[in-house]
Design a protein around this ligand. Structure first.
Ligand code: HEC
Length: 139
C-alpha cells in the first residue's frame, strides 16, 4: 500500500515537472495566465487590477517604473522564466535577506496576485506598454 502510493507520487512528479511539489498552499485552482490588451495600454479589468496593485504597493521603488530593474532585478527578464508558483512564493514571503519585502500581509496582494502576475507577464512579453493603463471598455 505504502510502496504503491510512493510509486504513484514518483510518477506524478515526473509527469508534472518540478513545479508540482511547489504548488503554494491555499491557492487552490489557479487561473490560467491570461491578459487582454488593445493598443498596448488598454487591458481587461483583471489585468488593470494587477497594474493598480503594482502601483499601490510601489514595486517600482526597486524594480523601476518600466520593470527594467533598479535595486531589484529586471522583472522583464525574470518573467521570461518565472512561473506562477515561484512568483507566489516570492511575493508571499519575500526574500527579505536579499532586499525583496514580504507582501503577504497586503490584502491587495492577496486579492490580486494573479492579476499582477498577468500584468507583469504582459510587460515581459512586450505586449503591454510601460506606464498608465486603462480598461478596454473605458469610454
Ligand atoms: C525594497 C525593494 C523592493 C521592493 C519594494 C520590491 N522588490 Fe521585488 N525584489 C527586490 C530584490 C532586491 C529582489 C532580488 C532578490 C534576490 O536576489 O533573490 C527582488 C526580487 C523580486 C522577484 C523575483 C525575481 C527573480 O528573478 O526571481 C519578483 C517576482 C519581485 N521581486 C516582484 C516584486 C513585486 C511584484 C513587488 C511589488 C509588490 C516588489 N517586487 C517590490 C526588491 C524589491
Amino acid at each position: 500500500m505504502k510502496g504503491r502510493s510512493l510509486l504513484l507520487l514518483a510518477m506524478t512528479l515526473v509527469a508534472s515537472s518540478a513545479s508540482f511539489a511547489q504548488t503554494p498552499a491555499g491557492t487552490g485552482q489557479m487561473k490560467p495566465v491570461a491578459y487582454k490588451v488593445v493598443d498596448g495600454n488598454k487591458v481587461d479589468n483583471d489585468t488593470l487590477q494587477g497594474w493598480k496593485t503594482w502601483r499601490a504597493l510601489a514595486c517600482e521603488r526597486c524594480h523601476g517604473a518600466k520593470q527594467e530593474g533598479m535595486v531589484g532585478p529586471s522583472l522583464i527578464d525574470a518573467f521570461k522564466t518565472l512561473d506562477k508558483n515561484e512568483f507566489h512564493r516570492t511575493v508571499f514571503g519575500g526574500r527579505v535577506d536579499k532586499g525583496m519585502p514580504d507582501f503577504s500581509s497586503s490584502q491587495m496582494m492577496q486579492k490580486n496576485w494573479e492579476n499582477l502576475f498577468a500584468y507583469l507577464k504582459g510587460r515581459s512579453d512586450g505586449k503591454i506598454n510601460p506606464g498608465d493603463l486603462q480598461a478596454i471598455d473605458a469610454k
